[in-house]
Design a protein around this ligand. Structure first.
Ligand code: AMP
Length: 388
């Protein structure tokens, strides 16, 4: 099995004295009733679409983000604008809500520890930690018998040797704070590694063997407090300049590979004791193996197609899990292709509105920048096949 357990580096921003083991969840008791307040850490489009689903079920959302103009705040019932390091603001936020969840992973440990003392955190702090750090994540996956690209932790310039076992070409990725290909450099030979590490900022990193994959797929899985676990059908993902470009639902992989991908995703959710939603991004190799690239314990861009092709979208499923409602049916009623609208592509919104079968979603971001996700369009078509 690919993947090499190795000592994971820690993130520089993490303080050693952080007490993150005091979380007050996972409570499997009664659901929070409609009218309760869900705290969301992070204010991007994922939080915005989650808050819309929460509102449809009668819940209020309180969005915490340092950005006063965060898209999720446009539709939140309450908001906190403060840095994630502001412990007083974090305490007040936890006191003001009935449950806390997040729409991005990079919340500091200290803040999470404070919040976990005041309100249940879903998914739990453990799931967040594992997914915040690529090395911890890969070690966790390999320890549970789940394949990844071969990898080695890189912590200082003096310990580059373990990288020699990985093989080249390889990709050097920062262990923390990377997204959409940021903090990644291709490395073609051992002699180039030291310079690549300088290029990513001399921070803890992982070196990953390059996988000549046949395709990239993902599975969105939800897990309820009582352990009920449901996943959406595996989908095919195509990236453009490291950013997700299209998601096609369902994937055209064979049934056996689809079953394997779903089983891996369910196992990760169970091992993390996750209550909420988990996205699992995977490579399918030319030999048919399924390797996990990355996990995210929250709604995910590759699940946006569910908004229009399923009776219960990933955002509604996420809210259901977080407040303790029964999970909904993840079956789809249509096939779908989701296309991200990046930067100026969103300017063509009128074209999409005039297109039959196209469902437009714009995030209301004031400023369009190259590489910035401004919206997406889901194109629906009748289901071609049903899965076993
Ligand atoms: P990530 O930020 O790790 O999700 O990487 C972004 C994209 O880079 C992935 O979706 C792949 O298209 C590509 N990529 C990342 N890691 C590898 C790898 N080990 N081998 C081949 N391609 C990769």
């Amino acid at each position: 099995m690919p993947g090499a357990p190795s000592k994971p580096p820690t993130c520089r921003k993490r303080r050693r004295d952080a007490n993150v083991t005091t979380e007050t969840t996972q409570n499997t008791g009664s659901p929070l009733p409609p009218g309760s307040t869900i705290g969301i850490l992070g204010g991007g489009q994922l939080g915005q679409m989650a808050a819309l689903s929460a509102a449809a079920l009668g819940y209020r959302c309180h969005v915490y983000s340092p950005d006063a103009n965060a898209p999720a705040k446009e539709i939140a019932a309450a908001q906190t604008t403060a840095p994630y390091e502001d412990e007083e603001a974090a305490r007040a936020f936890a006191d003001a809500v009935d449950v806390v969840t997040f729409e991005f992973e990079n919340v500091p440990d200290e803040t999470l520890a404070i919040i976990a003392k005041g309100a249940p955190v879903r998914p739990g702090v453990h799931a967040l930690h594992v997914s915040q750090n690529r090395a911890l994540e890969k070690a966790f996956l390999n320890d549970n018998g789940i394949g990844t690209a071969p990898w080695a932790a890189i912590v200082t310039a003096d310990n580059l040797e373990p990288a020699a076992t990985i093989g080249f070409p390889a990709i050097l990725k920062t262990a923390c704070f990377g997204y959409d290909g940021k903090g990644q450099v291709r490395v073609d030979a051992m002699d180039d590694l030291a310079a690549a590490w300088v290029e990513i900022g001399e921070v803890p990193a992982v070196l990953e063997g390059f996988i000549d994959f046949e395709r990239e797929i993902s599975v969105i899985v939800a897990r309820a407090a009582g352990g009920d676990t449901r996943s959406y059908v595996p989908v095919d993902n195509v990236h453009r300049e490291h950013i997700l470009f299209t998601t096609t639902a369902p994937s055209t992989i064979d049934n056996e590979t689809a079953e394997a991908a779903r089983a891996i995703s369910h196992r990760i959710a169970a091992e993390l004791d996750l209550v909420g939603l988990l996205a699992v991004e995977m490579f399918v190799t030319r030999g048919g193996d399924v390797l996990v690239n990355e996990i995210a314990p929250r709604p995910h861009n590759s699940g946006h197609w569910t908004m229009d092709a399923c009776a219960v979208s990933q955002f509604e499923q996420f809210i259901r899990a977080v407040v303790g409602l029964p999970l909904g049916d993840p079956a789809r009623h249509s096939d779908a292709v989701m296309t991200n609208l990046i930067g100026d592509e969103a300017n063509q919104w009128q074209t999409f509105l005039n297109e039959d079968g196209a469902c437009l979603h714009l995030y209301g971001k004031a400023e369009s920048r190259p590489g910035r996700k401004m919206g997406h369009v889901n194109r629906l078509s009748p289901m071609v096949r049903t899965e076993p």
